[in-house]
Design a protein around this ligand. Sequence first.
Ligand code: DOR
Length: 449
Amino acid sequence: MKKILIKNAKIVNEGIILEGDVLIEGEFIVEIGESISPKSPETDVIQAEGKYLFPGMIDDQVHFREPGLTHKADLYSESKAAIAGGITSFIEMPNTMPQTTTQVALTEKFQLAAQKSLANYSFMIGGTNDNLDELLQTDPKTVAGIKLFLGSSTGNMLVDNETILEKIFSSVKLLISAHCEDESTIQNHLKKYVETFGDDIPVALHPQIRSSEACYISSSKAVALAQKTGARLHVFHVSTAQEMDLFTNKTPLKDKKITAEVCVHHLWFNDSHYAEKGSLIKWNPAIKSEKHQNALWEALLDDRIDVIATDHAPHTLDEKKKVYTQCPSGAPMVQHALPALLEFYKKGKISLEKIVEKTAHNPAVLFQIDRRGFIKKGYYADLVLVDLSKPWTVNKENILYKCGWSPLEGTTFTSRISHTFVNGNIVYNDGRFKEDIKGKALAFNRPTS
Ligand code: DOR
């Protein structure tokens, strides 16, 4: 069986950094130690002096647009960008075309990913006002969870029937992840601004339209419903200070029934960036003020927020250049999320151990993913080698997203991913990809009923 020995890396795992070696055999990590010697002349040795070894990031919220929206992105192009960004597994969202709201559509996505994805993958099935029977058939061992849009966003998947919502929360055993923005609050604000500006509303007003109030009304309702029904709720892309009171750090993650995710763009940008970036940073939920951004940081570091994800949501540049009311929300991020987080480390905002906890350990624990997210003997070798002093600048030539742009263009990152391993294979090595080996479907250690 193929063996790879990573020598003298600074291994970042479970709250500590240890210098040592990691031996991979086939798909798995088989030994971790201070000094391991090659087991045979065929062992591939990677000298990693000075580099840091992380468990690969598990991104629990991406939009890869396949099937149906492949002019924006597809499972091959975006998984390749993810690999270059140190993301070894992703969970993809149901607002594709057709929407992933049936078992048939889910099966089709798994088949597409098996043929095309360079990273490991799972999907969410979308809840609607009329697909409870489909939700109830979903296999918890292979499907990451259910996605509910409790506020409309790209793809018209709003679930707004309160009776149905309560039925979903009380009858579905799977993890429910929710996009929380109150629709009537948004529509009221939008109407007011359209009266003043027509379609061409300045994008800096996006956080007034998709306001912090809209977020809080919706997420507090979802949390209350989860508390009432006992559902397992994961609130996606929290973005406001008020919402932070809805989450706790008093319970260990594995026992939490209500968890929260923050996205890299809400940590990186604030409303002062609209002047320069315009609609390139139009996201749902909106990028808000520094006060909200600071509150997200505080809650992330004190563990009220459990995971960091990207909500990678590519659109073409032509689509993003449209007037406010036509311009889709979302931007690509998978290639740049980990480098961006490493900039925060350099600035002293977060430790490497915490980055690994929020990007790899916690998504694995939260979703009960089988043998991933940690650097441990017997676990899949999903690993990332990082050089913390190799600057590079994001530009059109090095962007791998199919849409060909990034809101981070012009940003210089001081850290670079040198190698990404997926299931023991070196799929990314200093700008070169190994594309013949595909990722695997994630498995979940959960009871079937
Ligand atoms: O900004 C966003 N874009 N937020 C979402 O919830 C959906 C996403 C998309 O799919 O474009």
